[in-house]
Design a protein around this ligand. Structure first.
Ligand code: MF3
Ligand code: CO
Ligand code: CO
Length: 260
C-alpha cells in the first residue's frame, strides 16, 4: 500500500479546491426547504460548480453515477441519486455530498441539513453524526494511527446508542478521488497505519439510529438502512500537518472548537 505524501504545491491546490467544496455547501443551504426537489438541488450545485466556480463536479459520470451531487434523505445512508420526483418535506434530514475537481485535485465534503420544522430524533442523530466526525478529526496528528480515528467515531456514536455503518469508509484523496488508505469509522486504538504529515484523507462517518446493517438498492448506487431507520453523515477532507490536522473543507458553521 502506497499512501501519497503531498508536496507544498499540491497542498496549496487541495486548500483551493477544499475551499470551493465548502463554499458550495454554504451556497446550497438557503435552497433546502420543504417542497424543493433533490433534482433541483443538483441543478443548482451543478450550475454553480461549472459556471461560477469554474470547477468540475466529480460525481458526474464517476463509475456511471448520473448526477453532480449525492442527496441522501432520511433512511438513505449515502449515494442517493437526485431526482425531480423526490420533494423535501418538514422534518426530513438530507445529506448533501459534493466533490469538486479544480486543477486536477479533489475536494470532498458533506453535511446533513434539517428540513423545515425539525424532527426530534433527526435533529439529535444529525448532531451526534457531526460530533462523531469531529471526534475523528481530533485524533489526526503525526504518530497517531488510522485506528484511533475509527475508534473515536465509533465510540461517539455508540455512547449515544447509535451505530456506525461498516461497509463504506473515508478515503485518501488528491489527484485521485478514492485513493488509499481506507479510513474506517470503527476500530481499535493504535491499529492500522501511522499518520504522517502531508497525508490527505476524508473522514465521513455514517451514523444510524437503528441497526448498522445497510442494503444496496437495484439502481446499484442508493444505500439504505436495512431497518429503514434514520441515518446521518458528515464529511470533511483533512490534511495531516506537522502538529495535528487542517480541515481543508472548513466552513464558518463548523463547531469543532466546542469538542475537546
Ligand atoms: N462523495 C462520495 C464520498 O464521500 C462519493 C460519491 S461517488 C458518487 O466518497 F459517484 F456516488 F458520486
Ligand atoms: Co468521500
Ligand atoms: Co463525499
Amino acid at each position: 500500500m502506497t499512501i501519497v505524501i503531498h508536496t507544498l504545491d499540491e497542498i496549496e491546490k487541495m486548500r483551493r479546491v477544499g475551499r470551493l467544496a465548502a463554499q458550495q455547501i454554504e451556497m446550497i443551504e438557503e435552497h433546502i426547504k420543504p417542497g424543493v426537489s433533490t433534482g433541483e438541488l443538483d441543478r443548482i450545485c451543478h450550475d454553480y460548480t461549472v459556471n461560477i466556480q469554474k470547477a468540475i463536479p466529480a460525481p458526474l459520470n464517476y463509475r456511471g453515477f448520473p448526477k453532480s451531487i449525492c442527496t441522501s434523505v432520511n433512511h438513505v445512508v449515502c449515494h442517493g441519486i437526485p431526482t425531480d420526483d423526490k420533494l423535501l418535506k418538514h422534518g426530513d434530514i438530507i445529506n448533501i455530498d459534493v466533490t469538486l475537481i479544480k486543477d486536477e485535485f479533489h475536494g470532498d465534503t458533506s453535511k446533513t441539513f434539517l428540513v423545515g420544522k425539525p424532527n426530534v430524533l433527526g435533529e439529535r442523530l444529525t448532531k451526534i453524526a457531526k460530533e462523531s466526525l469531529y471526534k475523528g478529526i481530533l485524533q489526526v496528528k503525526p504518530g497517531n494511527h488510522l485506528g484511533d480515528i475509527g475508534w473515536a467515531t465509533q465510540t461517539c456514536a455508540e455512547k449515544n446508542r447509535f451505530t456506525v455503518v461498516e461497509e463504506y469508509c473515508g478515503h485518501g484523496i488528491g489527484r485521485v478521488f478514492h485513493d488509499e488508505p481506507q479510513v474506517l469509522h470503527y476500530g481499535r486504538r493504535g491499529a492500522g497505519i501511522e499518520l504522517k504529515p502531508g497525508m490527505i484523507f476524508t473522514i465521513e462517518p455514517m451514523v444510524n439510529a437503528g441497526k448498522a446493517a445497510v442494503r444496496l438498492l437495484s439502481d446499484d448506487w442508493t444505500v439504505v438502512t436495512k431497518d429503514h431507520k434514520l441515518t446521518a453523515q458528515w464529511e470533511h477532507t483533512i490534511l495531516v500537518t506537522d502538529t495535528g490536522y487542517e480541515i481543508l473543507t472548513y466552513r464558518n458553521d463548523d463547531t469543532i472548537d466546542q469538542y475537546g
